[in-house]
Design a protein around this ligand. Structure first.
Ligand code: DGY
Length: 349
């Protein structure tokens, strides 16, 4: 608990991290823990009041970290720890300027997010949204089994389509874990678009292809990726550099039987363009774990209403095992920063 006379460094935590992790923080006598007491989104006013003089702050990706909050913390702040791998919600240059270290949670969520990416690809191609709605409404009897009813393109290779190509916007840990899962589906070609500031390296691509078990792995321009892929996975970081990287020209270039999966950040996909692409059958379907403007997404959102679009409420990392690992890592990063020690994972700005 916090006392105004304590000289121990104060850490503020915007959500309860669960019974496995909280003792790691609460059972120490070298820090003062101030915890948002509700099981709900942390109140901004409470945060601005409590952050004063803190040495560490642990946030969720739903918390807004900005100069107002950093100013309220003041010069005592040494570390920001986010319980996420993405840090689009964090002004990194401001942290660098203020010498505040940033901890995040890579690796531990890679498999959980790759699992969801595969699920979304299957749901989008096999019309899961439309057909589960039908059953929920009790209308299965109206559309009994018939030869070509509810058919969608097959994600895995078939005699008709022995060659399958997956495209990845962003080709980091999660994309590669997703590709590993696609190899047993018979997907043998992988195209990706990487960070434009790093040069293409065909030799490294060939080595990685051998390691991942695909025949072809190539870095290509976005237009080629769009045109060649049977499924496109958006798995790059958010932020200004990738804003609307999937736009109308990209979607128009995709195959009409291809599906788009976004398990990264909503900002990478131009919502209006995707609505048009689905309505006008430029593409087959979409599977989205993230949306621009989330979490304020109403039932009449055009993508929520689109029968060929599955929208999940940002649950990519939401397996019990992964969230526990993320919470623990975020707590360790917080401690590392406050106690001037190494962190499990630190963003170098
Ligand atoms: C992240 O960690 O950035 C994911 O979006 C949620 O776990």
């Amino acid at each position: 608990s916090s006392t105004s006379t304590s000289t121990r460094p104060k850490v503020v935590i915007t959500r309860n991290l669960g019974p496995e992790t909280m003792p790691l923080l609460l059972n120490r006598d070298d820090i003062d823990v101030v915890l948002w007491p509700e099981d709900s989104y942390c109140d901004r006013k409470w945060l601005l009041e409590n952050i004063r003089g803190a040495a560490g702050l642990l946030v969720m990706l739903s918390d807004r970290v900005d100069t107002e909050l950093l100013d309220a913390a003041g010069p005592s702040l040494k570390v920001l720890s986010t319980m996420s791998v993405g840090y689009e919600h964090v002004p990194l240059p401001e942290l660098v300027k203020r010498n505040v270290r940033l901890g995040y949670t890579p690796d531990v969520l890679t498999d959980a997010v790759a699992d969801i990416a595969i699920m979304l690809a299957l749901m989008a191609s096999r019309n899961a949204e439309e057909v589960t709605q039908l059953v929920r409404k009790g209308e299965w009897y109206k559309q009994p089994w018939s030869p070509f009813l509810f058919c969608g393109p097959q994600l895995s290779a078939s005699t008709i389509h022995p060659e399958r190509t997956a495209g990845f916007i962003g080709f980091g840990r999660i994309a590669q874990a997703t590709l590993r899962r696609l190899v047993p589906f018979g997907i043998n070609t992988c195209l990706y678009s990487g960070n434009p500031s790093t040069p293409a390296d065909p030799a490294a691509d060939a080595a990685l292809a051998a390691q991942l078990g695909v025949r072809t792995l190539r870095r290509v321009p976005l237009a080629e990726l769009a045109a060649q892929s049977d499924v496109v996975f958006v798995l790059a970081p958010g932020g200004p550099a990738t804003q609307h990287i999937v736009d109308a020209p990209f979607l128009r270039a995709m195959k009409p039987t291809a599906v788009l999966v976004n398990a990264a950040r909503g900002t990478l996909v131009d919502t209006d363009a995707l609505v048009t692409a689905l309505r006008e059958n430029w593409i087959w379907g979409a599977g989205l774990d993230v949306l621009e403007g989330e979490p304020v997404i109403h039932a009449d959102h055009p993508l929520v209403k689109e029968p060929r679009c599955t929208v999940l409420p940002h649950i990519g990392s939401a397996s019990i095992e992964t969230r526990q690992a993320m919470a623990k890592m975020a707590a360790e990063n917080l401690l590392g920063g406050v106690l001037d020690q190494a962190m499990s994972a630190e963003v170098v700005g």
